[in-house]
Design a binder for this molecule. Structure first.
Ligand code: AMP
Length: 251
């Protein structure tokens, strides 16, 4: 069985985000970019499934500008067998990404498609659900445990839901999106970084996949959250109660 993993290139989680002066988006120029952390977890899970003998190949897919190849190389250094880059200069929104993924699934025919539960740049949390809908495949979102049964061709997925854990049984092929506690992604070792340089990355344009890059949503404005006021240290409980009563008016 082949596993396809969607990995997105995003602003690194440790970077302090700056909004562009014209409020059209966030600054990405000269900013460290990395693989979306939930996508690292998705790739790690695919690699563990392959290492346990339940899959034969892991294919990493990334869509966006030419620099996505760097993200794919990181994925190849972690252990993916090959990469697919769908080059698109403009920003892609979840429905377009889902349409491209659907076409790639038709070309590649994987038994499992694993995505991050959300990208930390747009926080959309939509792509996995949309591609499952477009493919008509079952979906296990926010997975914190995945167990495959090759003979029965099912995946048992524990999902993190508000009240605790929900366990689902999905017929394969299926879509899974990963939550934080699913696993701890590995670091790429130096020898594997070197090996990754010779692993293949296939390039497609959206036109070659017959997907029109159009968006049915428009970002009107991006603004910074209001600055938090500085806190004050109070000297006694009485002072706190006085402030809650007479300033905050909450008691
Ligand atoms: P989102 O719905 O935007 O929060 O993204 C959820 C997941 O969809 C990500 O964690 C990725 O697995 C996948 N994804 C979204 N955009 C891309 C992209 N441009 N390239 C590859 N995967 C993507």
């Amino acid at each position: 069985m082949k596993i396809m993993v969607a990995i997105k290139r995003v602003v690194d989680y440790a970077v302090k985000i700056r909004v562009k002066p014209d409020k059209t988006g966030v600054e990405t120029h000269n900013v460290k970019m990395s693989m979306n952390p939930f996508c690292e977890i998705a790739l790690e899970e695919a690699l563990r499934i392959k290492e346990s003998g339940l899959a034969t190949e892991v294919v990493a897919v990334s869509m966006g500008p030419a620099q996505c190849v760097d993200t794919l190389r990181t994925g190849l250094a972690m252990g993916a067998d090959r990469g697919i880059h769908v080059e698109a200069a403009r920003e892609l929104y979840p429905l377009t990404v889902a349409r491209v993924l659907k076409r790639l699934v038709e070309v590649e025919n994987p038994g499992l498609l694993i995505l991050g539960k959300q990208a930390i740049d747009d926080d959309c949390n939509q792509t996995g659900q949309m591609v499952a809908g477009l493919l008509g495949w079952p979906q296990g979102t926010f997975a914190s445990k995945v167990v495959l049964d090759k003979e029965k061709q099912i995946a048992t997925v524990d999902r993190e839901v508000d009240g605790g854990l929900e366990t689902l049984c999905l017929d394969l092929p299926a879509v899974i999106t990963t939550d934080l506690r699913l696993n701890q992604p590995r670091y790429a070792t130096l020898p594997n970084i070197m090996k990754a340089k010779s692993k293949p990355i296939k390039k497609y344009t959206p036109e070659e996949l017959n997907v029109e890059i159009k968006s049915d949503l428009e970002v009107v404005q991006v603004t910074e959250p209001p600055k938090r006021k500085a806190g004050v240290i109070l000297s006694s409980v009485d002072e706190l109660i006085d402030k809650l009563k007479n300033e905050a008016h909450v008691v």
